[in-house]
Design a protein around this ligand. Structure first.
Ligand SMILES: Nc1ncnc2c1ncn2[C@@H]1O[C@H](COP(=O)(O)OP(=O)(O)OP(=O)(O)O)[C@@H](O)[C@H]1O
Ligand SMILES: [Mg+2]
Length: 231
């Protein structure tokens, strides 16, 4: 897997440079077009449309390669002792700034005295954001996004629940695979859960899912608690 990660990082690097050139050329031609440089051309509208397509498709490629990079980076992380409650709180702050869905209510319940875990705060925040973003996407007509963190035996559990569209049973075995997506082209790359799964496995944790079509979905993160007495 480490070899796959290095390969992905190398390929992404090689692809991102020409992609940046393609976008920059399209943008430059578009701004000349907006200044009227091509007004005499009988194909002005085609030109405008094609340049827009080149720019947006290059952007789409860039979000796929960046997703791959995240995926391959999940192996090199910095572990410190952290409180997942703080990680969740900062993830929720970021999500509420996005204000993508005004009809969604956030309901966050973090147990007092939650036991600490050992982990990379940035990666764990990324995992929670990936789950919450999926939950928001699933609640097309609004709903409640619930995040509950609690201790169970020697583990810390985080449940991310939505009352959205749910996952078809035949899709459940596929959702953690890289590039599996049911979202329309340009909306999803299918890397969110694969990255999330990689991050949690690397932390010695697990990611489970329970879903009912038309009712909603719960993703459960389980991480080993740090025993402060043994440190
Ligand atoms: N909370 C959820 N409710 C309903 N379906 C979900 C939920 N979370 C994930 N899925 C399903 O799993 C698929 C894969 O999710 P994943 O996060 O890996 O990719 P994505 O959201 O499609 O794209 P990306 O996260 O890369 O933008 C989604 O396309 C969707 O079909
Ligand atoms: Mg996603």
């Amino acid at each position: 897997m480490a070899a796959v990660g290095r390969l992905a990082a190398g390929v992404v690097h090689e692809i991102n440079n020409p992609l940046a050139t393609i976008s920059a050329c399209a943008e430059s031609l578009e701004s000349r077009l907006n200044e009227g440089a091509f007004d005499a051309s009988p194909m002005l509208e085609d030109l405008r449309e094609y340049l827009g397509l080149i720019r947006s498709e290059a952007f789409r490629c860039k979000s796929i390669t960046n997703g791959l990079l995240d995926f391959s980076r999940t192996r090199a992380s910095d572990h410190v002792t952290i409180n997942l409650g703080d990680v969740i709180a900062s993830a929720v702050r970021l999500l509420s700034h996005q204000k993508r869905r005004s009809a969604v209510e956030f309901n966050v319940d973090i147990a007092e005295d939650l036991r600490p875990v050992s982990g990379d705060p940035g990666q764990l925040q990324q995992a929670i954001i990936a789950l919450a973003t999926n939950a928001l996407d699933a609640m097309v007509i609004g709903g409640v996004l619930t995040i509950v963190a609690s201790d169970q035996a020697e583990k810390v559990i985080v449940e991310v629940t939505d009352n959205g569209v749910g996952i078809q049973p035949e899709n459940l075995p596929k959702i953690f695979e890289p590039f599996f997506t049911t979202k329309e082209i340009g909306k999803g790359t299918g890397l969110g859960l694969a990255v999330c799964y990689g991050i949690l496995t690397e932390h010695g944790g697990t990611l489970d899912v329970q879903s009912t079509v038309g009712i909603g979905t719960t993703f459960t993160i389980t991480l080993p608690a740090v025993n402060l007495n043994e440190e």
